[in-house]
Design a protein around this ligand. Structure first.
Ligand code: NAD
Length: 259
């Protein structure tokens, strides 16, 4: 990844923070973009403290102006955008009947529209350079039904369609677009999802611990994911190691959806 520049949205926490650290450890300059600017600054400072190169940018991916500014700052600082990891995400709890309209709208705005706007901001410079890799964060909830996650599942399935579509349009320009579908990785997003499910009486677990233990019982590899499990796939897809792969999604889920 030496001499490459990567933008990670939602880079201030969880999987995005792990990916930022991995990209930087492999020699990339990393733009850590997050709605939570302080969290982004902390991650960038830790990367810098370890000898890597990183810059924090405050950006709400559901805002077109923020996405454009994120791309402009990256180009000003580093002159190129080699990869974009569209990773920012939020919970989206409820069935088709019980989901609140505001939760539905926000889930779609951040995870589907936000992915579109982030791609849209970086693609012109990638087209100009005839090169680039875009990695889209979907979920196992984008490929199989998961109870009481209608807004989240709709957004995560939507980005898989967008991945294949954008891969088709931009392959002639040497730009690859692929998605990752992670299984459960305990992060603040998963805690927020469990909180919302418990509060709405949508799941029988009464505590996070109970919810995570119940999830774990479905994982053939007998552990939940670590942020680095997903970051490894993001690194592969961002790098030239995956140069003949586009329009695909890769499930990283400890075997969950295979059994
Ligand atoms: P996380 O809560 O640790 O991190 C999400 C980050 O996104 C946070 O730093 C948050 O501030 C940021 N963010 C939220 N809204 C934003 C916005 N509008 N603009 C910019 N940044 C915003 O969660 P995570 O588990 O690391 O999630 C990362 C991605 O992985 C999400 O897209 C999530 O849906 C996906 N995912 C997670 C899991 C899991 O089990 N953790 C499973 C499948 C998919």
């Amino acid at each position: 990844m030496s001499d490459k520049t990567v933008i990670v949205t939602g880079g201030g926490s969880g999987i995005g923070a792990a990916a930022g650290r991995r990209f930087a450890a492999e020699g990339a300059a990393v733009v850590v973009a997050d709605l939570d600017q302080n969290a982004a600054a902390e991650v960038a400072a830790r990367i810098g403290g370890g000898g890597g190169t990183a810059t924090a940018v405050g950006a709400d991916v559901s805002s077109e102006a923020d996405c454009q500014a994120m791309a402009e700052v990256t180009l000003e600082l580093y002159g190129r955008i080699d990869a974009l990891y569209c990773n920012a995400g939020i919970p989206g709890v409820g069935t088709v009947v019980t989901a609140e309209r505001s939760v539905w709208d926000r889930a779609l705005n951040v995870m589907l529209t936000g992915t579109w706007l982030s791609m849209r901001a970086v693609l012109p410079s990638m087209v100009q350079r005839r090169s680039g890799s875009i990695i889209v964060q979907s979920s196992v909830a984008g490929i199989v039904g998961v109870k009481a996650l209608a807004p989240y599942s709709a957004a995560k399935a939507g980005v898989l369609g967008l991945t294949r579509q954008a891969a088709t349009d931009f392959a002639p320009f040497g730009i690859r677009v692929n998605a990752i579908c992670p299984g459960t990785v305990p992060t603040p997003l998963v805690s927020g999802t469990l909180d919302a499910q418990i509060a709405a009486g949508l799941k029988t677990p009464r505590t996070h611990q109970e919810g995570l233990e119940r999830a774990l019982s479905h994982y053939p590899l007998r552990r939940l994911g670590e942020p680095d499990d997903i970051a490894s796939m993001a690194l592969f897809l961002a790098s030239d190691e995956s140069s003949w792969i586009t329009g695909q999604h890769f499930t990283v889920d400890g075997g969950l959806t295979s059994s």
